[in-house]
Design a protein around this ligand. Structure first.
Ligand SMILES: [Zn+2]
Length: 236
């Protein structure tokens, strides 16, 4: 008995290729979305780890905050030192509490070498008069941000994240666009949250100290810099 092997015709092959292409087109956006969701979750977990380290430092130092600036020569209690190497992290006061460099870095960060997160400058930092140098001075820790993802046009992060008080319309520093329009922030009570920025000028600037036409996003941060008004969000 003879058996003839049946081969695919060209049309059948093209149909199969077409179906595969359609499946890829349908699945790819979902796959990318799932990947971004996972990176965002890791990023928030990093920020929570750093905030827990911040709280542990405070507990070990009788309520005193770590410095939010990045110059351990001038302020030995600063949380990290300036520089784009791992040594800059190791010289910081938070390193004993979170000694894993990946916790300082957003998984989406393709810009900075070593660190993505900056600390609120009003928490014992470079501001003219800090809102707080001790945890007990914070009236509403749930509404005071400690960490934010920052974009630094110099290529790596230096100093802290400065937000001028309301009603200033000037942005000093730039929230990083690591997750498109979603900004991630961690607060003094230890929680981290996502916040959707409303104005592209918030994260599309390329320089420091710029005024923007709409300042709703700035108002949000002004409400969270540590001196109210509370509850958080937009200043009326
Ligand atoms: Zn991130």
């Amino acid at each position: 008995m003879s058996r003839r092997r049946r081969a695919f015709t060209l049309v059948e092959l093209l149909v199969v290729i077409g179906i595969i292409a359609i499946l890829i087109a349908i699945l790819l956006p979902a796959l990318n979305k799932a990947r971004e969701h996972s990176r965002r979750t890791r990023c928030m977990s990093n920020m929570r780890q750093l905030t827990i380290a911040w709280l542990l430092y405070i507990e070990s130092n009788k309520g005193k905050l770590p410095g939010s600036n990045t110059d351990v020569n001038a302020h030995p209690h600063d949380w990290v030192d300036a520089g784009d190497g791992i040594d800059a992290l190791k010289r910081g006061t938070l390193w004993p509490y979170v000694n894993n460099w990946e916790a300082y870095w957003c998984p989406n960060d393709r810009i900075h070498y070593m660190r993505t997160y900056s600390m609120n400058s009003w928490l014992d930092g470079e501001g003219p008069a800090p809102v707080a140098t001790r945890l007990s001075q914070l009236k509403f820790p749930t509404s005071t941000f400690v960490f934010i993802e920052e974009m630094d046009p110099r290529g790596y992060l230096i100093n802290s994240f400065m937000v001028l008080p309301y009603p200033s319309a000037e942005w000093v520093d730039i929230p990083a666009p690591m997750h498109d329009r979603v900004g991630l922030l961690a607060f003094a009570d230890g929680h981290a949250q996502q916040w959707i920025w409303t104005n592209p000028s918030t994260w599309q600037r390329t320089g420091f100290n710029q005024s923007v036409p709409k300042t709703d996003d700035l108002k949000d941060l002004q409400g969270w810099r540590g001196s109210g008004p509370w509850p958080p969000g937009r200043v009326p």
